[in-house]
Ligand binder design. Sequence first.
Ligand SMILES: Nc1nc2c(c(=O)[nH]1)N[C@@H](CN(C=O)c1ccc(C(=O)N[C@@H](CCC(=O)O)C(=O)O)cc1)CN2
Length: 233
Amino acid sequence: MASPSDRKATIIDGKAIAQTIRSEIADEVRHLSQKYGKVPGLAVVIVGNRKDSLSYVGMKRKACAEVGIRSFDMNLPEEVLESELISKVHELNANPDVHGILVQLPLPKHINEEKVLGEISLEKDVDGFHPLNIGKLAMKGREPLFQPCTPKGCLELLSRSGVSVKGKNAVVVGRSNIVGLPVSLLLLKADATVTIVHSRTPDPERLVREADIVIAAAGQAMMVIRFLVAQTF
Ligand SMILES: Nc1nc2c(c(=O)[nH]1)N[C@@H](CN(C=O)c1ccc(C(=O)N[C@@H](CCC(=O)O)C(=O)O)cc1)CN2
């Protein structure tokens, strides 16, 4: 392994890769529409008015429009009952024009996230958060129908940048259900040796400095850069 000071940084151009992926998806959507006479449909459900969630949902809907996916918007009020939200999910499960369902997280405190996510039809669980999809992601020799998008995006960025994961020492900072945990499982499936660094891990700086691949998913900007710079100077 190279020492940290021998390593050269290459910036991955995520925006350029995203644009390539979007144009590939647009081709695929066109092909599907021509072959089957059906346009793929994605329902994006948001509860409440969190600014960050509204912004993410807006980006998802815009991305759908850009690639020709039909977007089904469902904006529910903060006070919606859990049972009402679940009924909406059941409606979307039964709608043949909806092929994927995303329920934006976090949900308000009075709603049980696990219960709601477990009600999304497995075949439409494009976030891959249904317990069966996550369970299959965690198991050897099993494949989930869908993988969570940010973790899948991280592996896609590595692969499209020519970085092989197999046999590498990968460190994931964070253990959230949305990014840290599933990205660790994906790296393991791709034959990396995976260490998860979290708030109780002793000497996280050393683990990060010694890693071949670091994925920062701790919700704290610049944390990993600080670990690496501290070693260099
Ligand atoms: N149903 C879902 N809810 C939520 C998800 C999700 O994947 N599905 N993820 C987050 C919110 N989110 C997308 O919805 C999201 C937030 C942040 C990022 C991300 O990559 N952030 C980068 C910064 C990127 C930038 O500034 O351009 C970072 O933190 O380093 C991706 C997705 C919660 N809810």
